[in-house]
Design a binder for this molecule. Sequence first.
Ligand SMILES: Cc1cc2nc3c(=O)[nH]c(=O)nc-3n(C[C@H](O)[C@H](O)[C@H](O)COP(=O)(O)OP(=O)(O)OC[C@H]3O[C@@H](n4cnc5c(N)ncnc54)[C@H](O)[C@@H]3O)c2cc1C
Length: 375
Amino acid sequence: MRTIFRDDHLLFRDQVQRFINERILPHYAAWEAAGVTPRALWREAGAQGLLNSALPAPYGADGDFGHAVVVIEELARANCLGIGFSIHSDMVAPYLLNLGSTVQKDRWLAKMAAGELIGAIAMTEPGAGSDLKAIRTRAVRDGEHYVLSGQKTFITNGVNAGLVIVVASTEPELGARGLSLFCVEEGLPGFSKGPALRKIGQHAQDTCELFFDEVRLPVDCLLGEANAGFEYLGRELARERLAIALRAAASAEGMLEQTKAYTRERKVFGKRVIDHQSNRFTLADAQARLHMLRVFLDDCVRQLMAGTLDPVVAAMAKLNASEMQGQILDDLLQLYGGYGYSSEYGIGRAWADARALRIFGGTSEIMREIIGRAL
Ligand SMILES: Cc1cc2nc3c(=O)[nH]c(=O)nc-3n(C[C@H](O)[C@H](O)[C@H](O)COP(=O)(O)OP(=O)(O)OC[C@H]3O[C@@H](n4cnc5c(N)ncnc54)[C@H](O)[C@@H]3O)c2cc1C
């Protein structure tokens, strides 16, 4: 029994499940083939309160982080890791809410909640991923403007994004302490996007490269203070990492349920797959590990809602959950035999989609660095 949810969260979960069953699952394969989810889906999700769920009205659906958890978990449990709602709602929107001026919030957040404007965040560059000090994208002050030049890569929601929070260097000699955040709108002269990148999984996700060629940004596009970007990223990453951990856990739980059903149906050597002891032990191990993970993550959610989640604990959550998801999905796939490697049951897609969770939001090695530094 989970104790972190109230009745309104449980009702919301029913609504989110219905939305996924009716509006996402019937079309998901087509979106995978297209490499992008349609913008119309975002507007439908916005109308149902699935975007910016944790933000106060009119900037969001007036819920709390428990509502955000419901959306994150249900999408992952339904094997829809390619839907980019979480970056939009649990990362970009909170940056604007916590750091933005009233003018910035009024301009973008209500539209984001309605799904009329899709958000992305651009840190990674071809030469700078784990090491943000190496960021080369520059923003140079020129009177009442900043002039932004550089390139970003692997940007989730990139193709659809109408608003991108871009991390750029404003004082290169200060390294990571000279980074700032900018709100960059689609359509500005000099801002262009590449096509959706070809990836090994999460095919419905429109991850792409972004290019900035002397984009002139009015100074009011600066988010928060100049040169405080690194500190802001540090503050906000705990929530992003917990969100990734929650996705990882729910994806593995969803696939475990599906695999229990499959192994009860399929017979080998005259017995159901689950009746062979080694297979039952595989399922038992997965169940036991996921139960332990769930208790830990619920505690992290509780701490995040109380404002006490330590970034080191959030790194532990992401490391444990994404590594466990990868190992468990690999074991579960094996129980399907050849069908695991086909696209028939979704386990193969889950396995490939999951691989990214050990990489984005900080790799497992970076999580170990964060935990190791605090030893
Ligand atoms: C599907 C997907 C979506 C993404 N979405 C976004 C997004 O929306 N926005 C965004 O900004 N980025 C995004 N990323 C980028 C992601 O955050 C980076 O790929 C990640 O941070 C790693 O950076 P890198 O790829 O440059 O690898 P590198 O930093 O080049 O790392 C290479 C290897 O070195 C290891 N390594 C690095 N530092 C250390 C160290 N100190 N000790 C030991 N090992 C180390 C890494 O763990 C890795 O194994 C996304 C990536 C993917 C795959």
